[in-house]
Design a protein around this ligand. Structure first.
Ligand code: GDP
Length: 522
């Protein structure tokens, strides 16, 4: 197959959702319908299994939350899907942001009973800032749901994007009987199955089929017809270009748990979602079809396999063809790397790959060679936008509790900081670093991992700072003892402020001292 055919059949996406909306369940069902697994429950079963391949997920299991960002690849009807998992917990890490930089499309999952929730808004905004197309899936229609008009209105009002229904639900809760496909003018009726482990049988009918009325009952039929008439008359219709430009979001209804509407959704998703597109460059664009191989590192993860103490760099291919064993430049033409042991992932299972194409995510075993934001390439150096770093909003001091374990403590900090779990700030002659994050959960994860993986017990002491900015080295002396000046992991000076208010008053007093939200801007 040639390069452009390989690109056209690929879809790289993430599911964004507030916790509990059903992301894990939908993931399982997409894999089920994709034929990647025989029985749903596989993903969760693996996650719950005591002996997972990566033991550091103990914390994940204990808390029942997803900490790591895994990438899964599976095939559906000749399409190759790369599904990137974003942590669904309330707390964010920079990982979440960076993962969303590596996808071409997002599925926004809403709970039909709850609508738009706080985490939905945050994740939506990140996708929006990149203009990536967002497909909406309204889940849990088998439970008492809010009125579809109300849900669509909420998406428009709160998220500010026009919601275009592609399907219209027939009933909800116990009465959820199926969906009407607006463009095809056909009705899909679902049959309940026990446990939702197998594909739900579907019956397709015309809207005016007398049998349809009989099957769903006169009352439901009447209210459903009324809804369709209103929806098709009043709401905007679907335009693929507007969707790809991030101006509208097509909306689907279904129930992941009972498999209602999943097969239909998957088919539609493959038809409307974009194949890997041009990656934004500082100067012009890099087309995926370019012969030149380019890729970027968006995530690092240490100790995925305890026995081997390995570190994996997750790389998104932007253009060209990846071949196992190829030699690439890293960032500039001074450093090269031979990519000899690339892996692709299916949940926690990995397999060696020989070739990969734009849109694919590959894992490279990383002997300290790669850092987040690195660009790998052949030929001339491309000018990628560096992945953004975010100014942390929470800070804590990490205090080692066993001085005989200082070696492990330092090594752990260095390796985990490189992974970007938290940002590490230090001061000369101070053994206890300050760690900063955009969410508190990262602190706990970080502490746990230093202890668990590097054998260095430590404790956290919260610090009363609320914002941080990077500064020019020459401005260090301008800050009072009220603020805390530290260095980041690359030696760039950073200042921590007690509050937004304090930062603003500093700015008023020192209009000549610029403050930067990211070290790249200094
Ligand atoms: P996540 O936190 O977003 O990954 O959500 P999960 O997939 O773990 O689902 C949260 C809960 O909602 C679980 O108890 C699921 O069984 C349930 N759930 C998910 N999808 C549906 C659905 O379509 N209908 C119903 N009734 N429950 C669902």
């Amino acid at each position: 197959m040639d390069l452009s055919t390989e690109i056209q059949r690929r879809r790289s996406f993430a599911i964004i959702a507030h916790p509990d909306a059903g992301k894990t369940t939908l993931t399982e069902k997409l894999l089920l319908y994709g034929g990647a697994i025989q029985l749903a429950g596989h993903v969760r079963a693996k996650r719950d299994r005591k002996k997972t391949k990566s033991d550091w997920m103990t914390l994940e299991q204990e808390r029942g939350i997803s900490i790591s960002t895994a990438a899964m690849q599976f095939e559906v009807n000749g399409h190759i899907l790369n599904l990137l998992d974003t942590p669904g917990h309330e707390d964010f890490s920079e990982d979440t942001y960076r993962t969303l930089m590596a996808v071409d499309c997002a599925v926004m999952l809403l709970d039909a009973g709850k609508g738009v929730e706080p985490q939905t808004i945050k994740l939506f905004q990140i996708c929006r800032s990149r203009n990536i197309p967002i497909v909406t899936f309204i889940n849990k229609m088998d439970m008492p749901a809010r009125d579809p008009f109300e849900l669509l209105d909420e998406v428009e009002r709160i998220l500010g994007i026009a919601a275009v229904p592609m399907l219209w639900p027939i009933g909800s809760g116990r009465d959820f009987k199926g969906v009407y496909h607006i463009a095809d003018d056909s009705v899909y009726l679902f049959e309940r199955t026990t446990g939702g482990a197998y594909r739900a049988p579907v019956d397709v009918k015309g809207l005016d089929d007398p049998e349809l009325k009989e099957m769903i009952g006169d009352e439901l039929y009447a209210s459903f017809r009324e809804g369709i008439d209103l929806a098709t008359g009043a709401l905007p219709s679907f335009d693929k270009k507007e969707f790809h430009e991030g101006k509208i979001t097509p909306v689907y209804f279904g129930s992941a748990l009972t498999n209602f509407g999943i097969e239909l959704f998957l088919k539609e998703f493959l038809a409307i979602s974009p194949a890997p597109e041009a990656i934004r460059l500082r100067d012009g664009t890099q087309l995926p079809t370019s012969e030149q191989f380019t890729a970027f590192v968006f995530k690092l993860q240490a100790n995925m396999n305890r026995a081997h103490r390995d570190r994996v760099a997750f790389v998104r291919i932007a253009s060209g063809v990846f071949e196992r064993g190829m030699t690439v430049f890293v960032n500039d033409k001074k450093k090269t790397a031979k990519l000899s042991s690339p892996v692709s992932f299916f949940g926690q299972d990995r397999s060696t790959i020989d070739q990969a194409y734009p849109g694919d995510i590959i894992g490279l075993i990383n002997p300290g060679l790669f850092a987040i934001g690195d660009v790998l390439f052949t030929g001339n150096a491309p000018e990628f936008h560096p992945l953004p770093r975010f100014a942390p909003e929470m800070f804590a001091r990490l205090i080692p509790e066993d001085t005989s374990k200082m070696k492990g403590f330092r090594k752990g900090i260095e390796e985990l900081a490189e992974e970007g779990v938290v940002q590490v700030f230090t001061r000369e002659h101070d053994a206890s670093p300050v760690i900063g994050a955009v969410g508190t959960l990262q602190f706990e994860v970080f502490r746990f991992r230093i202890q668990d993986e590097y054998g260095a017990p430590c404790r956290l002491e919260a610090l009363g700072f609320e914002c941080s900015r990077w500064i020019r080295p020459e401005d260090k002396s301008k800050f009072s003892s009220y603020d805390l000046v530290l260095n980041d992991d690359r030696g760039n000076p950073v200042v921590l402020f007690k509050s937004e208010f304090r930062m603003k008053s500093f700015q008023r007093e020192h209009p000549d001292v610029p403050l930067y939200e990211s070290p790249h801007l200094v």
